[in-house]
Ligand binder design. Sequence first.
Ligand SMILES: Cc1ncc(COP(=O)(O)O)c(C=O)c1O
Length: 360
Amino acid sequence: MSRVYNFSAGPAVLPEEVLKEVADEMMDYRGCGMSVMEMSHRSKMFDDIIKEAEKDLRELMHIPDNYKVLFLQGGASQQFAMIPMNLMKNRVADYIVTGQWAKKAWQEAQKYGKANKIASSEDKTFSYIPDCSDLPVSEDADYVYICENNTIYGTKYKELPNTKGKILVSDVSSCFLSEPIDVTKYGLVYGGVQKNIGPAGMVIAIIREDLITEDVLPGTPTMLTYKTHADAGSLYNTPNCFCIYVCGKVFKWLKKMGGLEAMKERNEKKAAILYDFLDQSEMFHGTVDKKDRSLMNVPFVTGDKELDAKFVKESQEAGFENLKGHRTVGGMRASIYNAMPMEGVEALVAFMKKFEEENR
Ligand SMILES: Cc1ncc(COP(=O)(O)O)c(C=O)c1O
């Protein structure tokens, strides 16, 4: 068996331990003679799986009892519509646009009401997080929306915006479970799991109970109403059973690793290996404001497109996969999610040093 160091932005690297366990249980999950993929979602076996996954997630994130945990399909992108459909009671919401994903969410919300862009960092290719301490939050805004970690650009909010009492809605797809968060600061916090948690095809939405109502925009489909899924414990229809099962294993792995405080410490150390190198390199440079650097997605460039392409090609030959940057930023991007081992980043930096010496 040969595994590469996979720096993909998502779907992304998963803990090897988890993959092995899944492989071991593939033909016969705990003596029931079938895999989780083949099992009824109404079975006792699966009920235990989904309940245990939720329990472990609640423990990891210290989710208060007045928040529901929903396992939903449709990807993070479906939430761009589901959020306004369910939460835009006044048909007004404020968006802070710090990258492509926040922009897409803002554009989608315009279909349902007045979506105000109250701050943006597009003037400098989304390379920073705007000062959000005193924004012109709308009097009648139903919520303020952010994308907390900008996967493409490699920025992260180090402080949540001052929403002036309005509900905060946050997309944490690419920083999910990478560090502790205070769930009580959010009305709704959600993310696609395919970056830091599990296989693609599912979103976890953590939503305050009082925001789950039947009072949604007219025409909202049953399947796109949070209440449908909250009332049914995420089993209104057939959920992504296999994904829930793998995510549950990742939650157990995170607990074994020491929980989210320990992950934060580990992620800070891991990201520092790469950022420290970028800060002293004469060839490679980070692309965002240092104060806003993400611990999960690290874009970098040489400043020379041909050299960037050479680096991507040679790094791949050396066993480092998916380092090519997003097409809107160019250069390279290393996504170093929870499951990327420290040695993966050390090996990458060693390779970058060698490349710099050979291509001076
Ligand atoms: C921050 C963020 N939000 C949303 C999305 C969209 O996710 P999905 O492909 O699950 O719709 C992505 C995907 O890469 C992302 O990085």
